[in-house]
Design a protein around this ligand. Structure first.
Ligand SMILES: [Zn+2]
Length: 361
């Protein structure tokens, strides 16, 4: 079975200059849609589950669902990732259930809503890195708190995130601190705060540099050229999906997401993992609403879930192609966790800190 770690996958993405969309999952239909898209274009995939998704679907169901997808598509490398782990236990139990990668989000305290100080973030992230690397699993850390540069507000989704006003500097990852953080924690990937937020209501206009700080990505990549960067909250919230939902009885106020061309610009500057959930939720919802309006007598869930899956498959496939991952799955030979553990133990995967370290030494 072709399960892959985040580290091996993103190392490959860096070598070949592409980005990998990370799609959230909490049910069978989403899993089938993602893998069908990957199969069509020969792309590796990252599937991620939040704490909310794990409790919704149940860890045992999720574990067997991923096993089933891997068995159905043995030629597609699948990375199974914990999205926004809030503490060491969440990350440890994810690995126990077959996840090959975890995010330890130490930008917030274990309650997943109180912004944490830097020392706490380093301490808890390093503890998870040690534990995960012993068994070969990968770790994504986060520096900076996700929220809107337009409003200064943090955001909460699925019970995760700070609600309230944040300082401007909390909303933007500090490049110097990023270097220190990667050196201290040895994370495999780093999520940064640069104006993206979760959910559909990211921007009140098409974002420019004032509200989507792509320059922060470029600056961090300049200092950490070997660190894989992660963009959270990076759905594009396409107008056509908003229109379908609203045409068939939905009430979504006009909103803007992260334009695909900005993500493509990020991929040129070290962004390797791009988190997408809202676009898929919208695609499925639009398809279901259409069936309900056009055929109100329908009550067989398959009659509306099949079109919903097809709509999600189309979004996933489009992002795989736009981010450059098409054609890459067959180029990868996934290593088992045990082989990755040996590579960590041998020091092969320790972070290579770029120009800043050389300048300082
Ligand atoms: Zn996130």
């Amino acid at each position: 079975m072709a399960r892959i770690t985040l580290r091996q996958l993103l190392d490959h993405a860096a070598e070949y200059g592409y980005g990998v969309p990370a799609f959230n999952i909490n049910n069978m239909e989403q899993g089938l849609a993602i893998l069908e898209a990957a199969d069509k274009v020969d792309a590796p995939v990252i599937i991620q589950a939040s704490r909310g998704a794990r409790s919704y679907a149940n860890d045992i169901v999720l574990k067997h669902l991923i096993d089933a997808l891997a068995e159905m598509y043995p030629h597609i490398p699948i990375c199974m990732h914990q999205d926004h782990g809030n503490n060491e236990a969440t990350c440890a139990t994810a690995i126990q259930y077959g996840f090959t990668s975890v995010m330890m989000d130490g930008s917030l305290k274990a309650d997943a809503k109180t912004p944490a100080d830097y020392d706490y973030n380093v301490r808890v992230t390093k503890a998870v890195v040690d534990m995960a690397h012993w068994v070969g699993a990968s770790v994504e850390g986060e520096l900076g708190v996700l929220g809107s540069l337009e409003t200064g507000m943090g955001e909460k989704e699925d019970g995760h995130g700070f609600e309230g006003k944040l300082d401007h500097d909390q909303l933007l990852t500090d490049p110097d601190q990023a270097v220190d953080f990667v050196r201290a924690t040895e994370v495999d990937a780093l999520a940064i705060a640069m104006g993206t937020s979760h959910g559909a209501y990211k921007f009140t206009r098409k974002p420019d540099g004032d509200v989507l700080a792509m320059n922060v990505i470029e600056e961090i990549h300049r200092r950490l050229p070997n660190t894989h960067l992660v963009m959270h909250g990076s759905s594009s919230v396409p107008q056509d999906l908003q229109d379908i939902i609203n045409k068939y009885g939905g009430e979504m106020p006009q909103t803007w997401g992260v334009p695909v061309e900005e993500i493509q610009r990020g991929i040129k500057h070290g962004v390797r993992k791009i988190n997408i959930d809202t676009d898929n939720r919208m695609a499925m919802t639009g398809a279901i609403r259409k069936i309900f309006v056009e055929n109100p007598g329908e009550f067989d869930p398959r009659k509306y879930l099949k079109p919903a899956m097809e709509a999600m498959r189309a979004v996933c496939q489009q992002r795989m192609e736009e981010f450059g991952g098409a054609g890459m799955a067959s180029k990868i030979k996934p290593l088992p966790l045990s082989a990755m553990a040996k590579r960590y133990a041998a020091g092969e995967l320790a972070p290579k800190i770029g120009i800043t370290r050389q300048a300082a030494e």
